[in-house]
Design a binder for this molecule. Structure first.
Ligand SMILES: Nc1ncnc2c1ncn2[C@@H]1O[C@H](COP(=O)(O)OP(=O)(O)OP(=O)(O)O)[C@@H](O)[C@H]1O
Length: 761
């Protein structure tokens, strides 16, 4: 990992870094774009263009603090561009500030320029058959070492001013010493890791990092007095950081029109010169080139508030000032003998595989580019042409999905497919559950239908009451169907299936961080139902806290997400259902009275199946037709004995139980007719009992039913308990009736589940 890091979570795949990286040292992998250290030249362009601050300079403050706290003295060297960065204080104040942080000595990096002056002038004057390239800009050195190794021989074999001053300090200081270089250049962070100059500088800090450290230590430099610099006092070296500065600082006379001496800076110019040199198109004697525009004052760790020209002025003013206080320790004087200023350069180029034309064609095809016309060269992927992008895909630097037109098209197709699938799923659901036909001709069912017709089109809140399986949800759907909201969503929530806290967040949503696991804001079901209807089943089971929240929705149409402080308005019609006695709830205090009255505006009570036996025939026909479709078996009808037995059964699970028993019977039926034998055994027992009682001739159906009801129910309960070995939940499940209903029946007949434990059927 190098000095430029990627904060993965911040990367939004805009490919600005890919587009702007001059050496394509960015690899897009999965969900982020990362810097390839071996290819990177440390120019910092990716940091500058990343609008999300996903590219950051690796933090060197920690290491600096560690050295400051260590046993060795630490020397700070201020890069030549510092006057353009710390422009609102005097240099002596900055020195005091640095000493407050714990630095023992403060040197100027410009002294490194002066250490190199003679060597530069000598090489510039010596005859040379190759154009020489200056080596003080680490980005240029990296560019040549990593991307233009054919120019390695052109590099002047000299260290940078930073390394020169580092070696000078380390060579002259009595005993071990640490050197921290502070500048606008992040390529310096790369440079000190290079084997050829290792050890000269311990840490490179940017001006911004220094500023942060000063802030953290609450050092207000504007209030500080001045302290003299330590080390060698530079003169011409101070002009080094601006355009044209190096030639002047190194004492190389340059005439603008003299093609022998070429000095330039800025990404575009630098790349052009390097390319021209590599191609042999130009052959000057000496090329001085820096990557940042305006010179070192344009480095990535620079002061963004000032323009290049105003910074140039600041450097100039500093260069001309005569009163920079210095107190140089004798061991740094005189400047000669100089430290070792020689440096080797290495070929660090990693050549990437070059794809064949066929490979490029295949990659282009994966992103729908079959003919030249398909290659839009829109540049959205960060590469100027589709072919360059395809080459990068081949080289493992890019992904096909980066192609915007291709991804947009694929998303559109996906959306269309999803919409189709959604439509199919909707239809399947409607087929399975969406039926709102309420079957029944009996008086009570007709009454229910009439109430639905009346309340449906109004916005009134409806409370549906009745035993389990009597059709409360079906009624809610029918009300929604008849309302003016029928084209909007009907959201159904069973209040008993979630824990209290989960239910609250499901209904009203939550804010990020409201509880463990709330990693992002989430909208609730009330918002999902906005404009439509919400059906809250088993409303009698919600906690008082939720009851209060619900009251707020009913009163003001306002919801507040869990962990939120702001309420928002929703327009939702509420239909609630319960099989609990809410009046008892109010009396006993587990249900809020005000909520009860808000809900009890319009109540529909669903009759149990046993009280609407006239509708048994139509219901049986309806469910047999449905079962036939579901199991793909054409059931023709039901025999009389079966119907007769059904008429005597008490149907504790109501219509749902009827539906389930008929589907089971349809599966078991051998001859496409439902027979008594296809029904659970209790029906045969009922039929038998009925036979015995029929002889006296005087007993009515009602009499017979009443008489046998208890006996039959008891037998049934015992049988299920026997089958489940006394496990009441299991017995209720096998019976197909709610556990609570099962318990009620057990209590009525004083049967105990534990009496059946250990029994096997
Ligand atoms: N009158 C009816 N006509 C046709 N089907 C019905 C009728 N009543 C109920 N059903 C069907 O019976 C099943 C159970 O009905 P529903 O789920 O509406 O009952 P519920 O009272 O809401 O039950 P629970 O209280 O257990 O939630 C559903 O498949 C429903 O379609």
């Amino acid at each position: 990992m190098g000095p430029i890091k990627t904060v993965k979570e911040r990367c939004r795949k805009c490919y600005a870094c890919v587009r702007n990286c001059p050496v394509k040292a960015i690899r897009v992998k999965e969900d982020h774009a990362e810097v390839i250290y071996e290819r990177c030249i440390g120019c910092g362009k990716c940091i500058r263009v990343c609008s999300q601050q996903a590219k950051v300079i690796a933090d060197c403050m920690e290491e600096t603090r560690r050295l400051l706290a260590g046993p060795d003295p630490v020397v700070a060297v201020l890069g030549c561009s510092f006057p353009a960065f710390f422009n609102d204080i005097r240099p002596g104040q900055l020195v005091t500030g640095l000493k407050r942080l714990g630095f023992g000595e403060i040197h100027e990096g410009a002294s490194g320029v002066e250490l190199l002056r003679e060597e530069y002038a000598r090489l510039a004057a010596a005859p040379n058959d190759l154009p020489l390239i200056s080596t003080h800009c680490p980005t240029i050195v990296d560019l040549i070492e990593r991307h233009y190794p054919e120019l390695l021989r052109n590099l002047m074999g000299l260290v940078s001013p930073m390394v020169a001053v580092g070696r000078h300090i380390k060579g002259r200081h009595a005993g071990p010493v640490r050197v921290i270089y502070i500048s606008s250049c992040i390529a310096g962070k790369f440079e000190i890791e290079s084997e050829a100059v290792a050890g000269a500088i311990d840490v490179v800090l940017t001006y911004r990092e220094l500023n942060r450290m000063l802030k953290e230590e609450a050092v207000d430099m504007t209030r500080l007095g001045e302290t003299p610099f330590d080390g060698l006092a530079p003169k011409t070296g101070r002009i080094f950081p601006v355009a044209g500065g190096p030639f002047q600082a190194f004492g190389i006379s340059n005439d603008f029109f003299n093609p022998e001496f070429l000095a330039t800076e800025g990404e575009e110019n630098a790349l052009e010169v390097i390319k021209d040199l590599a191609a042999g198109r130009i052959t000057p004697r000496l090329v001085d080139v820096r990557f940042c525009s305006g010179g070192c004052i344009g480095g990535p760790g620079k002061n963004n508030r000032l323009t290049t020209f105003s910074k140039r002025n600041l450097i100039h003013r500093y260069y001309q000032s005569q009163d920079i206080p210095y107190q140089t320790a004798p061991h740094y004087l005189p400047a000669a003998p100089r430290p070792d200023l020689q440096r080797r350069f290495m070929n660090k180029a990693k050549r990437l595989k070059v794809p064949s034309g066929e490979s490029i064609r295949q990659i282009l095809q994966t992103t729908n580019k079959f003919v030249e016309r398909d290659e839009l060269n829109c540049g959205a992927c960060g590469y100027p042409t589709c072919r360059e992008h395809a080459v990068a895909v081949y080289q493992g630097l890019a992904e096909g999905e980066m192609c915007l037109p291709f991804s947009v098209k694929r998303l559109e197709e996906d959306r269309r497919n999803m919409a189709q699938k959604y439509d199919l799923a909707q239809r399947a659901l409607a087929h399975e559950y969406g039926e709102t036909a309420i079957i029944g001709q009996d008086l009570r069912t007709r009454e229910v239908l009439s109430l639905i017709r009346q309340v449906g089109p109004t916005p009134t809140t409806v409370l549906i009451r009745g035993e389990s399986g009597t059709g409360k949800e079906l009624t809610a759907r029918a009300i929604h169907e008849q309302s003016q909201r029928s084209d909007k969503t009907l959201v159904t929530v069973n209040c008993t299936t979630l824990t209290d806290s989960l239910l609250e967040s499901e209904l009203f949503g939550h804010k990020k961080g409201a509880f463990t696991g709330a990693v992002a804001d989430k909208k609730g079901l009330f918002e999902a139902a906005n404009g439509g209807t919400i059906f809250l089943d088993e409303i009698g089971d919600i906690t008082p806290k939720l009851q209060a929240e619900l009251l707020r929705v009913l009163d003001g149409g306002e919801i507040k997400p869990v962990g939120g402080t702001v309420t928002s308005k929703v327009d939702v019609r509420l239909i609630a259902a319960t099989n609990k006695n809410l009046e008892t709830g109010v009396k006993e205090g587990w249900f809020r009275e005000d909520l009860f009255y808000r809900l009890n505006v319009f109540t529909i009570t669903m009759p149990p199946l046993r009280s609407r036996m006239e509708s048994l025939g139509p219901l049986v026909d309806h469910f047999l037709a449905r079962a036939s479709k579901r199991i793909n078996k054409a059931i023709r009808g039901i025999d009389e004995r079966a119907i007769h037995a059904m008429l005597q059964y008490p149907w504790p699970g109501n219509i749902r139980e009827l539906q389930n028993i008929l589907e089971r019977a349809a599966v078991l039926s051998q001859d496409f007719v439902i027979r008594l034998e296809n029904l659970p055994v209790i029906f045969a027992e009922l039929a038998l009992g009925d036979q015995g009682e029929r002889d006296p001739g005087t007993v009515t159906f009602r009499n017979q039913r009443e008489k046998h009801l208890g006996q039959v129910e008891k037998g049934l309960l015992r049988r299920y308990l026997q089958e489940s070995g006394g496990n009441v939940s299991k017995a209720a499940r096998t019976a197909g009736i709610p556990r609570r209903t099962f318990y009620r029946l057990l209590a009525r007949y004083e049967i105990k589940g534990c009496d059946f434990q250990g029994e096997t059927p």
